[in-house]
Design a protein around this ligand. Structure first.
Ligand code: PAF
Length: 248
């Protein structure tokens, strides 16, 4: 499996991703991972540059994870531009070796008679569900940082952090990186990931990269495309705190 940082290899299959990572390890090369949901901006690219400095080869994952979206949130309209993402990654000095872009990471299973999922955003036990459970109940294992997920964004987004922790755990298991880079813009997420690496004994160094800001001072985020000029101003000043725009 050839990899050249000029032209990233796009891998869509978990088994192929594992195989590529194993072959890098056999060659004694360290792997840097940058997990993303795509629609990349300069903030993401700064994480990629950091991963480039820390690992011999770099994998960027692009996957919009249904497990971290509530049914009322923007999973179906989340911005995407995969070709644009590839162009941006190619332009990073040194490039990236692999873009891991799985069609899906979950088994949705078969719906059973009596399965009641989603719609109202809660299941039959009145517990909040994500878009993942709405699609089916083939996946039922979740990673949670029970204390850290509770405050701040966790209050308004009850399924968000368990979805992030679970998908990041899956990505760590599939890619097996030596180093993983996350933005500190999503500070609670970054703390939870550091915690899960410690608590679950992953041998991965988690790096937190500083916040990147736009010309008007607003933190860069893929979801900034949703904002009108007036909303930009308000978000920047911290006047509005709407559930769907708390992070990207
Ligand atoms: O920060 C993000 O873009 C996502 O929450 C992440 C870490 C890629 C998990 O889906």
């Amino acid at each position: 499996m050839a990899a050249s940082a000029d032209e990233p290899l796009v891998i869509t299959d978990k088994a192929e991703m594992r195989e590529w990572s194993s072959s890098m390890r056999r060659q004694g090369r360290t792997i840097g991972l940058v997990p993303t949901m795509g629609y990349l901006h300069e903030g993401h690219l700064s994480l990629v540059r950091e991963a480039r400095r820390r690992g011999d080869v770099v994998v960027v994952s692009v996957y919009v994870n249904p497990g971290q979206f509530a049914p009322s949130e923007d999973l179906s309209t989340y911005p995407s531009d995969f070709e644009g993402d590839l162009r941006k990654l190619k332009a990073v000095p040194g490039g990236v070796e692999v873009v891991f872009h799985p069609h899906d990471l979950y088994d949705y299973g078969q719906r059973q008679a009596g399965d009641q999922v989603g719609g109202s955003g809660v299941n039959s036990d009145n517990v909040s569900v994500s878009c993942l459970e709405e699609k089916g109940l083939g996946h039922e294992t979740w990673v949670r940082a029970e204390r850290l997920e509770k405050g701040m964004c966790g209050k308004s987004r009850p399924v968000f952090f368990r979805g992030v922790a679970t998908v990041v755990t899956k990505l760590f298991n599939i890619v097996e990186p030596d180093v993983a880079v996350f933005g500190k813009k999503d500070y609670q997420q970054w703390r939870i990931i550091r915690r899960l690496v410690r608590d679950l004994d992953f041998s991965i160094q988690v790096i937190g990269s500083e916040v990147m800001r736009d010309h008007d001072g607003l933190a860069l985020s893929s979801r900034n495309v949703y904002l009108s000029p007036e909303e930009r101003e308000k978000y920047h000043l911290g006047i509005v705190h709407k559930q769907v725009i708390v992070k990207s």
